[in-house]
Design a protein around this ligand. Structure first.
Ligand code: NAD
Ligand code: MN
Length: 504
């Protein structure tokens, strides 16, 4: 049955109340046919903190029907852009009001530090909602002269319809905002499926959806296993689009399900094995600081994690020294501890997976210059680990690890550096560090990635597009580009004077 749970926050001597039903039509409801639950863990303590209702494929049907009804009646083309804008701004204000508690809940279930959840994940989510609230009344098409006498045409950028949104566990609130904001701005309705590892904050945000005053059915949230609810959404005949962030493996399944069902549109933000190039002219201290951010931020559980670094041979030894001492300062610990810069990995499965890679790196002959040792404590903690003496056949160099594990290689020439960087099936992010402006321009043009950072890394901005090349994805999020993913262009041909002579 649907109800609420009180989740204790021992570090703060308080409790957070969360509704645990499926959120459909602005109500928290039980599953129509299932008694399955999702158990939520605190990855810092390995303890169960809550159980929430796990939606079935029938529940997805109910949520899609609610979203379809709202699309046809109370949302979609039935509300003005400024009304959508007003509601999205209201939601942003409520999230800002509740930022501290949302951050604590994020920390309990995901592990990341409270201050980072509040000031980065949630701070950025509020900005993202406000950015797209600004777009809601600025969706325009074109007027096109077809001939000057008798015909003209115009285009309308219509909301694509009911959107299934499937999000991961590494940035639960942030990915919710990236998905929800542009969809709402253009008039789409939503069935959100949060990750089964981190469903709590999406449920908490659903309470704010009611308070903001959205009509029922505009945003629905169905916590469910990926193989159940995620698969049902992807194959659903009445879903017009799926927006997904997660692994490349799951992205393939979603695209296949879309192709086999109703050819729904898909946008996929997938994994990466992003390189950073350190050229000899670089400010090595700064390059090391950005490289540390690239591999340690979110404990490496980041699709753009800069997990391969290539250093010019003339500065190789010096850079490794600076980098190791920089990364050493990272404090991995409990997210409720003020000193913590990075939390545990999200789950036992991720913990085992990341250790599998560290063990493989050692077995394949890479040299550990930092970390690589297990802690004997509770919690899925992994300390930053740096490998040198790698080659391009090693698993740790080829595969996405999704933990704080870095491989460092070396190059002589710029040409060699670019070839090493691009030697991957992924193409999400890439970084380059150099004070030679011509080199920065040349290399940024040659790197095969959706995002290139020059003398920085990992910082995104809501008004700049983000997405992948090669097997890192399809489509773009953020900026005005994301609006295209949620709209369908209708061309209207208008005859104002031509008489048809029949037969031709
Ligand atoms: P995943 O891709 O399986 O999960 C992401 C989301 O997809 C979750 O909501 C999940 O329920 C859903 N999902 C799973 N199977 C599905 C299916 N058949 N149909 C529809 N939806 C489905 O990721 P994971 O298993 O939690 O993590 C494994 C690896 O994926 C990680 O180690 C990492 O390499 C990668 N990953 C990348 C990102 C990213 O931000 N790009 C995020 C999470 C995981
Ligand atoms: Mn999976």
């Amino acid at each position: 049955m649907a109800h609420t749970v009180k989740i204790p926050v021992p570090a703060l001597n308080k409790e957070i109340t969360v509704s645990t039903g499926l959120f459909i039509n602005n109500e928290f409801v039980p599953s129509v046919d299932s008694s399955e639950v999702i158990q939520c863990f605190n990855p810092a303590t390995e303890e169960i903190i809550a159980s929430v209702v796990a939606g079935s494929s029938k529940d997805i049907d109910v949520a899609v029907a609610a979203a379809r009804k709202a699309f046809k009646t109370s949302w979609g083309k039935n509300v003005t852009g400024w009304e959508r804008s007003r509601l999205i701004n209201k939601l942003a204000d409520l999230i800002e009001r509740d930022a501290q508690e949302l951050a604590e809940l994020e920390t309990l279930n995901n592990g990341k530090p409270v201050a980072i959840a509040r000031d980065f994940d949630i701070g950025d989510s509020i900005q993202c909602l406000r950015y797209y609230a600004g777009w809601a009344d600025k969706i325009t098409g074109q007027t096109i002269e077809v001939d000057n006498i008798s015909k003209m045409a115009f285009t309308r950028h219509e909301p694509i319809g009911v959107c299934g949104q499937i999000i991961p566990w590494n940035y639960p609130i942030n990915m919710w905002a990236w998905k929800v904001a542009p969809a709402l701005a253009v008039g789409c309705t939503i069935v959100m499926k949060p990750s089964e590892l981190t469903p709590l904050t999406a449920l908490k945000l659903s309470e704010l959806v009611i308070e903001a005053g959205f009509p029922p059915g505009v945003i629905n949230t169905v916590p469910s296993l990926g193989s159940v609810g995620g698969a049902a959404l992807s194959a659903h005949p009445d879903v017009d689009k799926i927006a997904f962030t997660g692994s490349t493996l799951t992205g393939r399944k979603i695209m296949e399900a879309a192709a086999k069902s109703n050819l729904k549109k898909v946008s996929l933000e997938l994994g990466g094995k992003s390189p950073q190039l350190i050229f000899e002219s670089a400010d090595l201290q700064q390059a090391a600081a950005w490289s540390a951010l690239g591999i340690c931020y979110n404990t490496g559980q980041d699709c753009t994690a800069g997990s391969r670094i290539y250093v010019q041979d003339t500065v190789y030894d010096k850079f490794i020294d600076v980098l190791v001492s920089t990364v050493k300062e990272t404090v991995i610990g409990n997210g409720f501890d003020q000193k913590t810069g990075g939390g545990p990995l999200v789950s036992k499965a991720q913990f085992d997976r990341v250790w599998g890679y560290i063990d493989a790196g050692k077995a394949e002959g890479a040299k550990v210059v930092l970390g690589g040792e297990r802690r004997n404590t509770k919690g899925f903690f992994v300390d930053p680990t740096i490998f040198t003496d790698v080659n391009s056949d090693m698993k740790i160099v080829k595969e996405e690890i999704f933990g704080p594990v870095l491989s460092i290689g070396r190059f002589k020439t710029e040409e060699e550096a670019v070839a090493l960087a691009n030697n991957t099936t992924y193409g999400l992010g890439a970084g380059l560090h150099s004070t030679d402006a011509s080199q920065c321009m040349r290399v940024s043009g040659l790197l095969e990635a959706g995002t290139v950072w020059v003398n920085s890394y990992n910082l995104l901005s809501n008004n700049v597009p983000f997405g992948g090349k090669k097997q890192s994805g399809i489509g773009r999020e953020l900026g005005s580009y994301a609006l295209e993913e949620y709209t369908s262009v209708k061309a209207v041909h208008w005859n104002i004077g031509e008489k048809l002579q029949w037969p031709l």
